[in-house]
Structure formats: structure tokens, C-alpha cells
Design a protein around this ligand. Structure first.
Ligand code: ADP
Ligand code: ADP
Length: 223
């Protein structure tokens, strides 16, 4: 369970990007966070990922406080951010240098199979389509077997067909991984939020906070 307690963030200069945000996300739950530009969505994800420090409040997983990057929490950004000088498999295995080689190779192969790109293991990132590159980014996040996967506008840069393909693919991956990871998806696309999530959180700006929470009770492509 991901617990965000009374999280606030004031940037130097005085912007109140977040004020007293409380949010609990159950194990295996899918939550979407929506809201206009500047309401603190990215700030929230960056803090949960341990990439930035809150001004106050805390983040914990199953009661364990998390304040820096942690294998239990993976993150995927809008751009795949792959290393161009590494092959697809090397990109996916990048964070696993501490593991014995056989274990690392097995995990990389498993993650690439999950995103349907086993045949691309030895190609360079520039040889991938945008959608394929984003699937590699998802594989790179999954390879650490995170309990929580954060996705910040993961499909916004893709064309409409590829976006639909990846939305469905993400749900298939989520359903196939055991135990199912918790997903927190930031999106400005309300349709995407309703398609993917069990619960939609609406944020509002100045200061960034949760304005509304709505359960989604619709049949999902994953069901
Ligand atoms: P969103 O993801 O919802 O668009 P952000 O978290 O990016 O919102 O930004 C929330 C607010 O914090 C905005 O007013 C933004 O300008 C400000 N902000 C974001 N990052 C920084 C930063 N590094 N330094 C100062 N202000 C920032
Ligand atoms: P995307 O991730 O961009 O949606 P798809 O998954 O729809 O891509 O790709 C469909 C199939 O086409 C995949 O098997 C992919 O490997 C293949 N493919 C994509 N681009 C090329 C290309 N330039 N040459 C050959 N096959 C390609």
C-alpha cells in the first residue's frame, strides 16, 4: 500500500506546488491523477519516486518511509529517456548491475517478453518506433519488480492509434504480473484516466491539492 501523508512542496521562489496532499493507494490498485497544467501532478510523482524532497509530509510503502529512489517504486516519463549508446536489452538491464549475470539476463528477457519486444533486444533505441521505445521504458521500470509503478503522461507523446495500443497493453501487463503492481498514472486525458483507472483523482492548482476523487465503475478492456 502506498501512503502519501500531508505532502507539501514549496519551490524556491515561493510556488506552492503541493499543499497537504493525502492519498492512499491500495496494493494492485490503478489510480489516475488528472488536472490542468501546473496543479502539481509531476511534482507529486517526482517526490513519490524519491527524485525530489517534499517541504513537509511523507511517503511510505507498507509502512516503510521512502525518501529517495527505491527499487519498490518505478517511474516512466512522457519521453522514454533511453540511453542511445546502449542496446534495448542493455537499457532494460541498466539498473541491475548488482545482480549475477544469469539472473540479470533472465530478468531482462522476462521484462522484454512482457512488453512484446523480445525480438528487439539487440537493436539500438533509434531503430524503435515511439511506441516501441515507450514499451522499452516500461520494461526498464518493470525489471526491478516494483510494487508501485508511477507513469507521468506516459502516452501523451504518441499518435492516437499507438496510444490506444499502449493503454491496452499496459493493462495486460498489469494483469499478468503477480502480484499486480500499484499503478499511479498522471494524465491530462480524462478519457485515458477513466479507461485505465479504478479511481480518478482530480487536482487543482495554487496551491496544488486534491479537489475531488471519483471511483470508476465501468467495464475495462482488462476485465
Ligand atoms: P503539473 O505536473 O500538474 O503541470 P508541476 O508539478 O509541474 O504541475 O508544477 C506545479 C507548480 O510548481 C507550477 O506552478 C510550476 O510552475 C511549479 N514548478 C514545478 N517545478 C518547479 C521547479 N523546479 N522550480 C520552481 N517551480 C516549479
Ligand atoms: P508501436 O509500438 O509503434 O505501436 P507496433 O507495436 O504497432 O509499434 O508495431 C507493430 C509491428 O511492426 C511490431 O512487430 C514491430 O516490431 C513492427 N515494426 C515497427 N516498425 C517497424 C519497421 N520500421 N520495420 C519493420 N517492422 C517494424
Amino acid at each position: 500500500m502506498l501512503t502519501i501523508q500531508h505532502l507539501s512542496k514549496t519551490y524556491p521562489g515561493g510556488t506552492h506546488a503541493l499543499e497537504a496532499v493525502d492519498l492512499t493507494v491500495g496494493a494492485g490498485e490503478i489510480v489516475a491523477i488528472v488536472g490542468g497544467s501546473g496543479c502539481g501532478k509531476s511534482t507529486l510523482l517526482r517526490i513519490v519516486a524519491g527524485l525530489d524532497r517534499p517541504s513537509a509530509g511523507r511517503v511510505s510503502i507498507d509502512g516503510r518511509v521512502v525518501s529517495e529512489p527505491d527499487p519498490a517504486i518505478g517511474i516512466v516519463f512522457q519521453e522514454p529517456r533511453l540511453f542511445p549508446w546502449l542496446t534495448v536489452a542493455q537499457n532494460v538491464g541498466f539498473g541491475l548491475a548488482h545482480l549475477p549475470r544469469a539472473e540479470r539476463d533472465a530478468r531482462v528477457a522476462e521484462a522484454l517478453a512482457r512488453v512484446g519486444l523480445s525480438d528487439k533486444a539487440h537493436v539500438w533505441p533509434r531503430q524503435l518506433s515511439g511506441g516501441q521505445a515507450q514499451r522499452v521504458a516500461i520494461a526498464r521500470a518493470l525489471v526491478a519488480r516494483p510494487e508501485v509503478l508511477l507513469l507521468d503522461e506516459p502516452f501523451s507523446a504518441l499518435d492516437a492509434f499507438t496510444r490506444l495500443d499502449l493503454q491496452r497493453h499496459l493493462l495486460q501487463i498489469w494483469a499478468a504480473v503477480s502480484p499486480r503492481p500499484t499503478l499511479v498514472i498522471v494524465t491530462h486525458d480524462v478519457d485515458e484516466a477513466i479507461l485505465l483507472a479504478d479511481r480518478v483523482i482530480v487536482m487543482q492548482p495554487e496551491p496544488g491539492r486534491i479537489a475531488q476523487e471519483m471511483p470508476v465503475d465501468l467495464p475495462r478492456p482488462r476485465d
